[in-house]
Design a protein around this ligand. Structure first.
Ligand code: SF4
Ligand code: SF4
Length: 193
């Protein structure tokens, strides 16, 4: 089975399916706006993983094509639980700084021994942005993508704190119509009923 839904969404094929859905559009947009204050993960109508079908990651590719970071720095300066550093992150950043000791002093130790960068991030500069951009942690490279929600494991999920992520959620709202069409087909229900 080919990952057809991304192509359909690119071609705007959702537009002819929206008649029965579009009446709720304003409500849905308002809900997305509210997420600015309540941090949650928002599922997107893009496949999180389609390798099982055709060895591609078209959903993720399309996400990065349409994502436009606003450079607001909110993800870097918002206090949070901390940013877990993978082994590779720790190695790259400490080499960049020229000191493991210095990096350790900016971290705390997790219960499982991992290094967790304190937050707000010590590398964020309000004028210049990220001071270690070339070697920034994997989590920062993937942000605002989050692991898929348990309830929707096949869809990409984004952090609602990010204004650019909320823009994408709004921009792609109509794409759920394509997903619904496929779910209906899989369940043997005619989509136009
Ligand atoms: S919060 Fe989102 S838009 Fe703002 S800097 Fe981070 S990724 Fe970019
Ligand atoms: S490492 Fe850079 S990109 Fe990551 S949170 Fe800190 S300032 Fe932001």
């Amino acid at each position: 089975m080919a990952p057809i839904c991304v192509g359909e969404k690119r071609r705007g094929e959702h537009l002819k399916l929206l008649k029965g859905h579009w009446s709720q559009r304003e409500d849905e947009l308002r809900k997305i706006d509210l997420c600015e204050r309540i941090s949650i993960d928002i599922a997107l109508p893009l496949p999180a993983k389609d390798r099982g079908f055709a060895e591609t990651c078209e959903g993720v590719d399309l996400f990065w094509e349409i994502f436009e970071c606003k450079r607001c720095g909110r993800c870097c300066r918002t206090p949070g639980a901390g940013l877990v550093l993978e082994d590779g992150d720790f190695r790259r950043i400490s080499e960049f700084l020229g000191s493991k000791k210095r990096l350790r002093s900016l971290c705390r130790r997790g219960e499982d021994g991992t290094w967790i960068l304190k937050q707000p991030c010590p590398f964020y500069d309000s004028k210049d942005g990220c001071r270690i951009y070339e070697v920034r942690p994997l989590t920062c490279r993937l942000y605002p993508l989050h692991p898929p929600l348990k309830e929707m494991p096949f869809n990409l999920a984004v952090d609602s704190f990010c204004p650019a992520a909320r823009e994408i959620a709004k921009k792609t709202l109509g794409w759920w119509a394509i997903c619904e069409k496929h779910w209906a087909e899989i369940m043997g229900i005619r989509a136009d009923r």
